[in-house]
Design a protein around this ligand. Sequence first.
Ligand SMILES: [Zn+2]
Length: 391
Amino acid sequence: MDYKIVIDSGHGGIDSGATGNGIIEKDKTLQISKYIYDRLNKLGIPVTMTRIDDETLDPTDRVNRILNAYGNTPNVIVVSNHINAGGGDGAEVLYALRNSDKLSNLILENMKAAGQNVRGAFQRRLPRDPSKDYYFIHRNTGRTEPIIVEYGFLDSKGDDVNQLKNNYEALAEATVKGILEYIGYNYTPPATDSYVVKQGDTLYSISKKLGVSVDELKTLNNLTSNALRVGQTLLIPTNNVIEDTYIVKQGDTLYSISRMTGISIDDIRRINNLDSDILSIGQVILLKDNNMDSNYVEYVVKKGDNLYSISKIYGITQKELMEINNLKSNMLSIGQVLLVPSNGIESTTYIVKPGDTLYQIARNYNTTVDNLKNKNNLTSNTLSIGQLLII
Ligand SMILES: [Zn+2]
């Protein structure tokens, strides 16, 4: 059967879901959902998401998006991601009355292999009409195959909080593996996790090659400059989604967060526009400057160019141009690729095709959904086929 996957991030917008111990359900489910989306998308499996940012979705909207994604047919698998609360420990999967527990149990087996406790696969019936499912995501989703995956309890007395904070990629990967086994797709683990720097590499060229951002590379490797050594081993994300926010807990200081994340205090202040060093519990700290990559574009050195002439074109100083590109001398060679600021340069446009989502387009152009929405004055995430977007 030709399966299609809809990833549903539980809650969103004004509905935070469960919160506690520095975990906000709507944010964690989105993180997990993006991970699963990226993995399946890279494998070429048709996949989409019900929400791609912090959007409020009522049950009707959610169900409509699910049914409109690929149609109301049994080959559509709906994975609704949630974080549990109530003091238990471990993962569980809830499946619809019309389906078997096969998919749920495959996911749970992989969850167990990833180090998470497993509570089991369950169905739940509506008390006033036990012929119907209790959860709307099962009850109102027609002939599709919906599951609710609960990755753990954010108020667990066991190790769930640690699992959800520090091992969520492995838990999300368990869902990926379970889905692939269920649909009969050969499982391949996520991409390699280290890269050895070769002659001529720059952080930018590596980021292009591997599909990760320069910032991610710097964060992961605690790099304070763009300088690389030939033979140096860089860590690269096992998937493109990395933890890019931190929620302030009791006792945290900028210093402790900087130690924990490997990001300098100055960078944390800059990325978050902090005017003071006082943090409040629950405050969300961005660990990644989402605008960084979109600020630069490539310029290929032509005959007759020199650092001065190029810097003039882009309205920066020669020194800035050298810093951006980590150049040690003034020598340029024809064909050499330099990074230059993107402002002032003609924008790229993109015409929306069937099946496109803002999230997908943002990923393809190495930008963010928010950037796209701002540039195009979009108030919602809805796109229409043929719509012209400025990238
Ligand atoms: Zn939930």
